[in-house]
Design a binder for this molecule. Structure first.
Ligand SMILES: [Zn+2]
Ligand SMILES: [Zn+2]
Length: 285
């Protein structure tokens, strides 16, 4: 198996992840421009025509901006819950809507199969119309995508416990948010139970629910105004160390860049390596 993962963008300016095999793949969200999605994939040798589906986490603009465009132009099915589909129909930021022929309704807790992928959406507390995370099984490897999450729930713990590769939100540094430029109502929204996860909360969650088989953790959706990659990275690595887990020895950790794409992470290419091939540095602006 040669599984590939790319973060095309991650943060409030746009989110898009790619997970693929040698000849096909899927996208999780598409909140950046269609031309950018094509360019990033093309530069990494991936044809847009090989995308078999777009899985949407929720209907906020930074996750859906180009979903309709991509779907219509390349005839790609869009997988989302019924409420998220409805939300996307109303979303002002989507200049093109998903046509009925390409709408696929998914249900939380029910898996959808696309070739080698089995994709299970699960409930995430956030203030979109409806929100899901994704647990994606491919052979014996499990990827778990969790972004835009106000707080951790038992369901989230359950899916995280299965993961070998975890994409988890670390949105803000609590001090930066409190002392930053955001007005009180926005600070309350972000730190509220249906807002976003802080660096401390991400770290504490991982320290109390560390999946023993996890190989790599990517921290996603870092705030531009209220976070820095090194703060997110250090908050989580310190929390892991508090339970005796050392980054780079027991697990890889990386704060994903907000606006620049990563290289391809190739999973399972080198069977002797616990982590797959990994060449890029871990810190970004
Ligand atoms: Zn978002
Ligand atoms: Zn959101």
């Amino acid at each position: 198996m040669n599984l590939k993962f790319i973060s095309l963008a991650s943060g409030s300016s746009g989110n898009c992840f790619y997970l693929g095999m040698s000849s096909y793949g899927i996208l999780i969200d598409s909140g950046i421009g269609i031309r950018m999605v094509r360019k990033i994939l093309r530069e990494r040798g991936i044809a847009i025509e090989s995308i078999m589906g777009i899985f949407v986490t929720h209907d906020h603009a930074d996750h859906v901006r180009s979903v309709g465009n991509l779907s219509e132009q390349f005839n790609i099915p869009v997988y989302a819950t019924e409420m998220v589909h409805r939300g996307m129909q109303k979303c002002y930021c989507m200049t093109k809507k998903v046509s009925p022929a390409n709408r696929r309704i998914i249900q939380k807790g029910e898996s959808v199969s696309i070739k080698d992928f089995s994709v299970t959406p699960f409930e995430i507390p956030h203030d979109g119309t409806d929100n899901v995370g994704y647990s994606i099984q491919c052979g014996d490897v499990n990827f778990c995508f969790i972004t835009d999450i106000g707080h951790i729930t038992p369901t989230v713990c359950e899916y995280v416990s299965l993961s070998h590769y975890l994409i988890l939100e670390a949105n803000y540094d609590e001090r930066m948010l409190a002392e930053g430029p955001y007005p009180p109502h926005l600070q309350a929204r972000i730190s509220g139970a249906c807002g976003h996860l802080s660096n401390r909360e991400a770290g504490e969650f991982l320290a109390t629910h560390y999946p023993p088989q996890v190989r790599q953790i990517w921290l996603c959706h870092l705030s531009k105004e209220n976070n820095k990659p090194h703060l997110a990275y250090h908050a989580v690595s310190a929390a892991l160390e508090s339970i005796g887990k050392k980054v780079d020895r027991d697990v890889r950790l990386m704060a994903l860049p907000r606006t620049s794409p990563t290289q391809i992470f190739e999973i399972g290419k080198d069977e002797n390596s616990l982590y797959g091939s990994y060449v890029q540095g871990r810190l970004f602006d």
